[in-house]
Ligand binder design. Structure first.
Ligand code: UN1
Length: 507
């Protein structure tokens, strides 16, 4: 495991850091067990209250200096992080794949996503623009500017152990904020690797201690962050259940949150779809990352005239899938994250059957050589009705539901007829259908694609969704605005002090 050494992961890792300082804590050990082979990769110590307070003190102190650095200078630091990530792409991609279980191609893709957001953030560091307005008063000028916000708490999920953190941090850093990251306790070593990469760059550039902090632990730590009024913004990625708790706690103190929660993403396969192309989008969307992306394709809404033909193509394609060690590039599908996830997968299959679902491709847990971790499952396909309660629910596993429709209005109603609203797609060569899908009466999701699957969004667009997905936007477009505070400025350069709205007030 040369990549572990290359990334500075060793037996002395603590889970708490203010940058170059690793804080010894009295927290319990969090063990990182690879779902690939069931072996212990390493451990970190959880952050205790003292460690947490040390982190918050360092971050608060760093703000006084970091916010005065010109944004393009902060951007230059992020540019160097992008370079460091390019140099470490192979090592970090392997760690992601080994600790989380996604295929090496997807692990490398995740690191590429980090590099891409660095490049984006570098350009952004010179484009944190506000508007100018015309004042209603003579001799007055109005404009708005964006200032750093302070500490950003980042709660990330196991499925994208490094990229989602980087979407938040790279933007937050060019915006002049400090980051305190709580990674998922299922993938703590990815956070150590990232901190080691950052430390080298920060040291070269004299970045103050406290700009990049890590805390490790479970739900309790998430609660400390959510309730902490020293943290003006919490960005949380994970389940809807977690998001409701975080959103409520942050809302109660009138803090800000960016919530990126569950999806229940569908592709509409129209009668005018190019079926071979649709097949690749559907299968990658459903089985990529073993169905553990927020953007994974969970439902296919298929026109009745192509339903049987497309189902046959799917069944054939699933028969060709190779399931096994994700670091072996011959395999398409790796393991689920842990045995709890396997149990949830199995219970969802049972619930689906109990509601009347008919399996076109059966699921099951794989056993034997190479499957010793107990986390490898068969991607499966069930024919269902959209209203089944299991279909309304996001199961983080490779279970694909097929739903038949007869007209486009019905298809869009099915697509929207779930509590979540992250990603959606239509496969069609009909301009009319595509435009209807994208119109205000079309998909209600934060992401709506034509002739592309639901997963694999580029970083340039704002990422997030509606309804139970939480409404937050991360990554590209103007998502950066959530990481800054907006200030409206009015300057009077005249010799009088006229009041707005024409109010007379003479002394
Ligand atoms: C997630 O699953 O939380 O669009 C993020 C995608 C990836 C990011 C997914 N770029 O599938």
């Amino acid at each position: 495991m040369e990549f572990l050494t290359a990334l500075g992961i060793n037996s002395t890792n603590t889970g708490t850091s203010t940058g170059s300082t690793w804080i010894q804590t009295k927290g319990e050990n969090i063990h990182s067990i690879s779902p690939v082979d069931g072996k212990l990769i390493g451990s970190v110590t959880a952050t205790d209250k003292e460690g947490y307070e040390a982190v918050m003190a360092a971050a608060s102190k760093a703000f006084a200096e970091w916010r005065t650095w010109p944004a393009p200078r902060r951007g230059e630091v992020v540019r160097q992080i992008g370079e460091a990530l390019r140099a470490k792409k192979s090592d970090l991609g392997q760690l992601v794949s080994y600790e989380m279980g996604k295929s090496l191609q997807e692990g490398l893709g995740e690191v590429q996503e980090m590099i891409d957001i660095c490049d984006f953030a570098v350009g952004l560091s010179r484009q944190l623009h506000g508007l100018t307005m015309h004042s209603e008063r003579p001799g007055h000028r109005m404009y708005e500017q964006y200032h750093p916000l302070g500490i950003v708490g980042i709660i990330s999920a196991f499925n994208f152990p490094v990229a989602v953190w980087s979407w938040n941090t790279m933007l937050a850093w060019v915006c002049g904020d400090l980051c305190v990251w709580k990674p998922s306790e299922k993938v703590p070593l990815c956070s150590i690797a990232c901190q080691n990469i950052i430390n080298e760059v920060f040291e070269k550039n004299g970045v103050p201690e406290g700009v990049s902090c890590i805390v490790n632990g479970g739900r309790e730590l998430g609660e400390w962050l959510s309730h902490d009024s020293r943290i003006p913004l919490i960005s949380a990625t994970g389940s809807t259940r977690m998001g409701k708790a975080v959103g409520a706690a942050v809302g109660a103190r009138l803090g800000r949150s960016i919530l990126e929660l569950g999806g229940n993403n569908a592709i509409i396969i129209s009668k005018d779809a190019e079926l071979d192309m649709s097949l690749i989008g559907a299968v990658f969307g459903a089985v990529g990352t073993a169905g553990q992306r927020c953007t994974s394709t969970r439902r296919l809404i298929i026109h009745e005239s192509v339903y049987d033909a497309f189902k046959a193509k799917l069944v054939k394609a699933y028969g060709q899938l190779k399931i096994g060690d994700p670091l072996d590039q011959n395999n398409h599908v790796g393991p689920l994250i842990d045995k709890d996830a396997v149990n949830q997968y199995l219970s969802s299959i049972e619930k689906c059957k109990a509601e009347g679902g008919v399996f076109a491709v059966e699921g099951g847990v794989l056993e034997g050589d190479g499957y010793e971790s107990g986390c490898y499952v068969k991607p499966c396909i069930a024919e269902v009705q959209n209203h089944f309660s299991i279909v309304q629910h996001e199961t983080f596993a490779p279970i694909l539901y097929l739903i038949k429709y007869s007209n486009i209005d019905e298809a869009i109603a099915y697509q929207n007829g779930v509590p979540q609203g992250l990603s959606s797609a239509i496969m069609t060569l009909s301009l009319r259908e595509a435009e209807q899908f994208l119109s205000s009466a079309g998909s209600d999701c934060g992401i709506a694609n034509v002739n592309i699957g639901t997963s694999g969004a580029e970083i340039g667009g704002a990422f997030g969704g509606e309804k139970e997905t939480g409404g937050g936007r991360e990554s590209g477009s103007d998502a950066w605005k959530a990481y800054m505070r907006r200030q409206t400025n009015t300057i009077n350069y005249s010799t009088k002090l006229p009041l707005a709205q024409g109010i007379k007030f003479d002394l």
